[in-house]
Design a protein around this ligand. Structure first.
Ligand code: PFF
Length: 460
């Protein structure tokens, strides 16, 4: 008979299975829904540039740190911090990650629910025929304000997530990610080709890809760093848990590299679909866009029906796109729920099922205000709850978590110990000195300075 420990703590079947699962966590609404919002709000190409630099210098650095801590200890973040530095306050960073994860799960599932709603609309034929910006905008606003519908979809998303997590690692996460991620990728490439061949797409592409350096400021950098953490699932212990399921044979450096690369590629392609489509439909110049266009939480849901309506076979493409978006969102919600669940299973000896159901129910309740803050209930809409939740948990706390994890690895556990763990499975680590510099100085100092600046600017 298997020992209970082996039974509870599965391992990824192979390196490629791990990469698919970790990319499954990373690639999701963060790249396809959140990234375009951030680009739209932060001056276009200049944000894209800052995002790419953040992924390379900070995201990759913290990702490798989390994977290393996870594989070394074979534990969730709280357990890992306790194992490496027992009886110190470091475990608090793990608890912060658990709270952050539950809060992100709550509003992220609302948007995942919108994707399910859009799948349903597409199947019903809502986007057949020419869809204009005005029509698409009205469809989104009416849908997001339909309180009952969004709550039902929110419930369904959290129920599916809870079900998969209660089944455990191998049978759940791995099986889904392996099959569906590559299909999503191909579909996104096809849609981006259609977008850049639309008349007027050049203006959209220039807004998206030609940086206007005069638009640079610390806010842009703050949101770019936040987006790097969010899209790569960093700063709350997700990649630590995923790392804890990697075997000693695997190469952590190349695994981290692949996850960063594939996630960034999907985000960049999502922008290539959305901005040319918007500019084509709205006939705006980049200047007019920056001044007059109000970028809201629905930008992706407003743009996609337009492009779908312009494709031969758009009905089928639409169904495929929203199905895959929904699955990409689910592989991410699954990874968020895994963080608190693995803590309760590993540290508190709860059963997986009990832990998943309890946290899932809590996230649903917590998600209700966000679900109703997009037109559903006027005063929640005025408070902009979903945007505020995303700012606090999706930007500030993930970045803070990333700083603390870096400081922990570099100065408490010590870089030389982590390098020993990294070298198991990756004999040649070419970026060794760059990574050492980044984890000790660049990631903690730069991200802390940005955070302090932003908090002071908004409080004082
Ligand atoms: N990276 C996911 C996405 O971009 O959709 C969101 C996410 C998942 C953030 C897991 C944080 C996390 F721990």
């Amino acid at each position: 008979m298997e020992s209970p420990e082996i039974f509870e703590r599965g391992n990824w079947g192979s390196k490629i299975a791990f990469i698919f699962a970790a990319s499954g966590s990373a690639i999701g609404l963060g790249s396809i829904w959140r990234f375009p919002i951030m680009v739209g709000l932060n001056g276009g190409a200049i944000f894209v540039l800052c995002y790419i630099l953040s992924v390379f210098f900070i995201g990759f650095t913290v990702m490798l740190a989390e994977l290393t801590i996870g594989r070394h200890t074979q534990k969730n973040l709280v357990g890992a911090l306790k194992a490496i530095k027992p009886n110190t306050p470091w475990k608090g960073v793990g608890f912060m990650g658990i709270i952050t994860g539950i809060c992100i799960l709550s509003y992220y599932s609302v948007v995942a629910g919108w994707s399910a709603g859009y799948l349903y609309k597409t199947i019903k034929g809502a986007f057949r025929g020419e869809v204009t910006w005005q029509a698409s905008d009205a469809i989104f606003k009416t849908f997001a304000a339909d309180a009952l519908a969004v709550l039902i979809f929110l419930f369904v998303i959290i129920a599916i997530t809870t079900f998969v997590i209660s089944k455990g690692v191998k049978s759940g996460i791995e099986r889904w990610s392996k099959i569906l991620m590559p299909v999503l990728f191909i579909l996104i490439i096809i849609l981006s080709i259609r977008a850049i061949t639309l008349p007027g797409s050049e203006t959209g592409l220039s807004f998206y890809l030609k940086p206007d350096f005069s638009g640079f400021n610390l806010n842009v950098l703050f949101f770019a760093v936040g987006q790097a953490f969010f899209s790569l699932s960093l700063g709350m212990g997700t990649m630590t848990v995923y790392g804890s399921y990697i075997t000693k044979k695997e190469n952590l450096v190349s695994s981290a590299g692949w996850v960063c690369f594939s996630t960034t590629l999907v985000a960049l392609l999502a922008g290539i679909i959305i901005f040319p489509t918007l500019f084509h439909s709205l006939q705006l110049t980049p200047e007019q866009f920056k001044q007059d266009f109000e970028v809201g939480t629905g930008i992706m849901f407003q743009a996609f029906p337009i492009i779908i309506s312009k494709m031969p076979g758009g009905y089928i493409f639409g169904i495929m796109f929203f199905s895959l978006l929904l699955i990409a969102a689910l592989t991410s919600t699954i990874s968020m729920l895994e963080v608190p669940t693995s803590y309760l299973v590993d540290e508190k000896q709860w059963s997986r099922k009990k832990a998943a159901v309890l946290i899932g129910a809590g996230s649903f309740v917590l998600g209700i205000p966000s679900a109703l803050s997009n037109g559903g209930v006027p005063f929640l809409t005025k408070l902009n709850i979903m945007v505020v939740m995303d700012l606090i948990f999706g930007n500030i706390l993930l970045a803070l978590g990333g700083v603390l994890i870096s400081v922990f690895l570099a100065f408490s556990w010590k870089v030389k110990n982590s390098l020993k763990e990294i070298s198991i499975g990756s004999k040649k680590f070419r970026l060794r000195s760059l990574w050492t510099f980044n984890i000790k100085y660049l990631a903690p100092v730069v991200v802390s300075l940005i955070l302090v600046f932003i908090v002071m600017k908004n409080i004082l």
